[in-house]
Write a protein that binds this ligand. Structure first.
Ligand code: ATP
Ligand code: MG
Length: 269
């Protein structure tokens, strides 16, 4: 969004600011292929930002940059005021150590298209695993919290089941509970429903709606226009590695200003 003309080295203060994610001029190439060509984006705390765009436009790459699964070539990404992946000194960026990056990632939950659950663990163990392993919580407390989270995503009766015994929608809800177990301040979703049979999409979107209502800050890559319209606070349309258009989802969907947005929406609507 265009009001993001901040001096490149200003270390934005976290206190008093309710911006959760601020990306400025994020560039990313894979070899000769320039995938992100200067992405600016701002998501306020408690907002749901829906990211739309054609295949190959760089949506997944951008999400992966937000938790530094990809290094960026230029620009800055801040989450809750903290520069992600780098330390800045004298206008220069130095990449953080793996341990420091891991600490930043803990605050950022990510849910992918494929559920990536541990197949040899029960539903409960899948959710308990990370917080206990990382020493965030004692086992008993983690189990109790995991059970509460699983209940919240409608799986209170499946704690002892294995992933293979669940439907895709149920597995994806476990994946959401597992991400929430880390008490993230931001959740990133990359097409969380696109691998699901159509009749299972709704149950996952309902869990995400519930999360949004609860005030979770979310960036959601999705082709579910209904979700974007109903739940999104902002909609960002990307194409060719740039933000073509961004704004109120209802506004953008009803009155896309750019031809590229228009033709994309015509295809997915
Ligand atoms: N690790 C990688 N190495 C090389 N090229 C990559 C890599 N990851 C992504 N790309 C390329 O970057 C471009 C953007 O990919 P990306 O996955 O971000 O697109 P997308 O918008 O998420 O698309 P889709 O809707 O299909 O998921 C594509 O051309 C892709 O082939
Ligand atoms: Mg993708």
């Amino acid at each position: 969004m265009s009001e993001l003309v901040v001096p490149a080295q200003a270390d934005a203060p976290a206190a008093g600011s309710d911006v959760m994610v601020r990306a400025e001029q994020v560039h990313k190439s894979f070899g000769p292929l320039e995938v992100l060509k200067g992405i600016d984006l701002e998501v306020r705390a408690g907002e749901v930002c829906c990211l739309l765009g054609p295949s190959g436009s760089g949506k997944s790459t951008f999400l992966r940059c937000i938790n530094h699964l990809e290094k960026i070539d230029a620009g800055r990404i801040r989450v809750d005021g903290e520069l992600i992946g780098y330390r800045e000194r004298g206008g220069k960026l130095y990449e953080l150590r793996e341990r420091e990056v891991a600490a930043q990632r803990r605050a950022i939950g990510m849910v992918f298209q494929r559920f990536n659950l541990f197949p040899h663990m029960t539903v409960l163990q899948n959710v308990v695993e990370a917080p206990v392993l990382l020493g965030q919580e004692k086992k008993a407390a983690a189990r109790e919290r995991a059970a509460t989270l699983l209940d919240r995503v409608g799986l209170g009766d499946k704690l002892g089941a294995y992933p293979a015994q669940l439907s895709g929608g149920q597995q994806q809800r476990v994946a959401i509970a597992r991400a929430l177990a880390m008490r993230p301040k931001l959740m990133l979703f990359d097409e969380p429903t696109s691998a699901l049979d159509p009749e299972l999409v709704g149950e996952v979107l309902d869990v995400m709606k519930d999360l949004a209502r609860d005030g979770m800050t979310m960036i959601v890559v999705t082709h579910e226009i209904g979700f974007a319209r109903e739940v999104g606070d902002s909609l960002v349309f990307m194409d060719g590695g740039v933000v073509v258009e961004a704004g109120d989802p209802r506004e953008v969907i009803a009155n896309p200003r750019h031809e590229r947005t228009r033709s994309f929406l015509a295809k997915v609507l």
